[in-house]
Design a protein around this ligand. Structure first.
Ligand code: GFB
Length: 310
């Protein structure tokens, strides 16, 4: 990628989009285009078409999406499938019409079958039923992958898909109803410490396993894929290590400095038992994650404290 290439980051205010913008700027890319939701409604096909026709970026990082944790996915099912379908369909189609040759689409590890062999290889896609709690979001993201694949086949575009595992880091969502597990545990452990509580409530059984990738590592992987001139395909992005929910809760408690007891709330769903990604494709390209779970949690906690003080 040329350092003054015109780069549109869709979703630049979200956790992943803001990390991509931050890492691109740090790498010396100066011509970044961003629009807030108020400035550009990505659900509206007409305004997206007009915007891309006018701007004609050289590259697009498609990090805009409606995202959330297990409870949000299971509650706002129609919003998750509709909004994510419209965002990706509008941007991919308008990008092709505007002659944008390079685009990176971001999905999630929940696109893979609930009970497929672990670690999960990219070729396991569509080989079995999905986890019910996030099927709407997963179906939408699978369509995004297929949009890229088929625009490449019919129109010769170079649209690539990156599938991250559970992400966390600066600019995360700390709302306890809609967030993912890690930011929720950071906030809950902090508030329990401040209140002097003796217990930390953790949803589910604590037995599911999750792989956690620090968002700046994900941003670096996205930029890496664009800089390597990868023109097509699906790439898992992860750390190749997973832990139980109990273990990640214990790590959060240690970093935050809360020494109470964990209480498991069995009324909440466990979701997928495990979704460890096989990351051989990225490794063969020469990329691997750098941030350890404990270091990433410490950085996230610092970000949480900064945001809470604002
Ligand atoms: O991160 P999370 O919400 O989503 O939940 P998924 C992961 C696990 O953490 C589940 C447990 O087993 C939860 O029961 N958990 C424990 C908690 N305490 C909490 C808590 O306070 N909040 C939350 N949220 N979870 C998502 C998909 O699945 O993964 C999305 O729904 C996306 O679509 C995302 O793919 C990456 O990891 O289960």
């Amino acid at each position: 990628m040329d350092k003054n290439a015109k780069i549109f980051i869709a979703g630049h205010r979200g956790m992943v989009g803001s990390a991509i913008a931050r890492r691109l700027a740090a790498a010396g890319y100066t011509n970044l285009i961003t629009r807030t939701h108020a400035e550009l409604d990505l659900i509206d096909q007409t305004v997206v078409t007009q915007f891309l026709e006018h701007e004609k970026p050289d590259y697009i990082f498609l990090a805009a999406a409606k995202v959330g944790g297990i409870h949000a996915n299971n509650t706002y099912r129609a919003e998750f499938i509709y909004q994510n379908l419209m965002i990706e369909a509008n941007i991919v189609h308008a990008a092709w019409k505007a002659g944008v040759q390079r685009l990176l689409f971001l999905g999630s590890s929940c696109i893979y079958p609930r009970d497929c062999p672990q670690p999960i290889k990219e070729e396991y896609l569509l080989t079995g039923p999905l986890e019910q709690t996030n099927e709407p979001y997963a179906i939408a993201k699978i369509v995004g992958i297929k949009l890229c694949e088929n625009y490449n086949r019919q129109y010769g575009t170079q649209y690539v898909s990156a599938m991250p595992t559970n992400l966390y880091g600066p600019n995360d969502n700390y709302d306890l109803n809609t967030s993912h597990v890690l930011p929720a545990l950071i906030r809950k452990a902090h508030e329990a410490k401040v209140r002097g509580d003796k217990e930390l409530v953790v949803w589910g059984s604590g037995k599911p396993m999750r792989e956690f990738l620090y968002v700046d590592d994900m941003a670096d992987a996205c930029i890496f894929l664009m800089e390597q001139n990868i023109s097509e395909g699906l790439f898992n992005v992860g750390t190749a290590e997973d832990v139980t929910i109990r273990e990640v809760a214990e790590t959060v408690m240690s970093v935050v400095g809360f020494d109470g007891e964990i209480v498991f709330d069995a009324s909440k769903p466990d979701g997928t038992p495990r979704k460890l990604l096989n990351v051989d494709r990225m490794r063969e390209l020469g990329w691997q994650a750098k941030t350890s779970l404990r270091d990433g949690i410490a950085k996230s906690y610092a970000d949480f404290l900064t945001k809470s003080a604002e």
